[in-house]
Design a protein around this ligand. Sequence first.
Ligand SMILES: O=C(O)CCC(=O)C(=O)O
Ligand SMILES: [Fe+2]
Length: 343
Amino acid sequence: MPLITDALSFDTKFQEVPVIDLANLSSTDPALRRELVSKVRDACIRVGFFYVSNHGIPERVIEDALNSAKQYFALPLAQKLELENKKQANFKGYSPLLSGKNDPYGAADLQEGFEFGWEEFSPESGLSSIASSSDEGQGDVSGAMAGGNVWPTEADVPGFRNAALEYYYSATALGKAMFPLFAQALDQSPVFFDDKTRHSAALMKLLHYPPQTGEVDDRTMGIGAHTDWECFTILWQQPGIQALQVLNSSKQWINAPPVPGTLVINLGDEFMRITNGVFKSTVHRAVNRSGVERYSIPLFFGIDYNVLLEPTVGCVSEDRPFQYDIVSAGDYIKSRLHATYNY
Ligand SMILES: O=C(O)CCC(=O)C(=O)O
Ligand SMILES: [Fe+2]
């Protein structure tokens, strides 16, 4: 039976986001691997979201990134605007409050962010050991997504670039270890994505949501209803604050609160497209009505920008022909960035 036929029998009216323990992620025991693959497959087809525990990103790396984000967003607005994303290649850098609109039918997003992608480590940064263990070479900075990162100066936010890149390398290492799981969940060989993920086509964003107080306006969200664009997102959310909500197929918003010790993994449009909808790119949003500041850190991990988003074997059938235009990953991400920030 093709995967697509099997997937159609799954019930997508989920009421909660499952938790998957990654403790056995690198185990070679076939039974343990089968069990893990089967959990990932179920979550990808039914929900498009899951939490992972034992994810391997050290607590210290998370804390340093969070503290750097807090210091960065506390800078005066004029200083942050020097690196405004609209002035940079492919929207790297700072996005002010209300500058983006993820939900084309909603209001602008009540969040500010700082985005960057892969970059070559410089030996003096002290990151060489981490970089070399998680990335085998060049970031893909040619073509549609060309353009390097921009950073505040060391004097403005001491240690910012270092802490941000350290988190980036840890999260991309986790992402790279997860691609074989997704491949196996699609009945492909574990190396299926290897030649499509040679460069880290991963964008990381530090996000800050001010508390929404006063009159509750149902249109204004921290980030409006949207799907993510890459293959999958690795999301750290600040403990203790409920903000993230996920839409099930009955159009109910299901809370996805931070679960201590976990990260959220959610699938995006690239996976949905190449699997012809077998993997769900689930709509979600975040609204911070907690009364305190909220920070989160998504890392959006895609396939290489030059690779075409073509259908995967088993994901099309006579009844379910491929339903998307075939575009390159880079062209797809670039078009979505433009739509979000030039609304
Ligand atoms: O801040 C969050 O919890 C969600 C962020 C998000 O969905 C995104 O940046 O795409
Ligand atoms: Fe998202």
